[in-house]
Design a protein. Structure first.
Length: 242
């Protein structure tokens, strides 16, 4: 499994002017790798994330998963690369019971499942089967994020894109979710691409980090090296504010 982006550009038109949100970014994530993409709000990291998923039109470059373009990719390819988005509330339909939330990926892709399948999914993210009959509003924010993660895991993907996976959670719940993600890495050999502004999240979850500033990658390397010896002034600023 390899996700690769080559010279990716994303461009918007806003208030009558053109905004280059992503300016020629290239990266690669291989099987089992845990990679962090870090930058402050407005750096272009969320636009890049949507482009990697094939959800954002490209102004240039190409995104490929195992050599196949992500834009216009067939369902069989998309099921191997799943997102967990930042907005915990918006990610779940408030009218759907958790049973229906978890059933949706199987139904979309025509994959057989039963109650035992859904209960096992909840168990993977350390939630009780009794939550299947609940509505999202009846769950805590931390539980809703675990449901989001369970849904992303439903079709046994090889790579997860985690967009600010713990930013909406209390500090104690953040630690629980980070520990859960670490366990999933060990048990399933999952690859992660973690999009965040939080260097502590990267330090706990990732082996390698990419630093994004004004739509470009300005530094990359092993997490320990970047945190201990940042070379770019922007990275130095981020590390200094940690």
């Amino acid at each position: 499994m390899t996700l690769s982006a080559t010279d990716v550009k994303v461009r918007y038109r806003s208030a009558g002017r053109v905004v280059d949100a992503v300016r020629g970014v290239s990266l690669q994530v291989d099987r089992g790798e845990r990679v962090g993409l870090i930058g402050e709000s407005g750096s272009g990291k969320s636009s890049l994330a949507r482009a990697l998923l094939g959800l954002e039109p490209l102004a240039g470059g190409v995104v490929q998963f195992d050599g196949q373009p992500m834009h216009g990719a067939p369902r069989a390819l998309r099921r191997r690369f799943q997102p967990v988005f930042q907005d915990v509330g918006a990610a779940l339909d408030p009218r759907q019971r958790i049973r229906d939330v978890l059933a949706e990926p199987f139904e979309i892709h025509g994959v057989r499942f039963d109650d035992e399948t859904l209960e096992a999914l909840l168990a993977q993210v350390q939630l009780s089967a009794e939550l299947l009959e609940r509505l999202p509003r009846e769950l805590s924010v931390g539980q809703r994020q675990r449901v989001n993660l369970a849904r992303a895991l439903a079709l046994e993907p090889e790579l997860l894109l985690l967009d600010e996976p713990v930013s909406a959670l209390d500090v104690s719940v953040q630690a629980q979710v980070i520990n859960l993600l670490q366990e999933l890495v060990r048990s399933r050999n999952l690859a992660f691409l973690v999009i965040t502004h939080d260097l502590d999240v990267v330090a706990h979850l990732c082996e390698r980090v990419l630093v994004m500033f004004e739509g470009q990658l300005v530094e990359a390397g092993p997490v320990a090296q970047i945190l201990e010896r940042p070379a770019h002034p922007y990275t130095q600023q981020l590390v200094g504010a940690r």
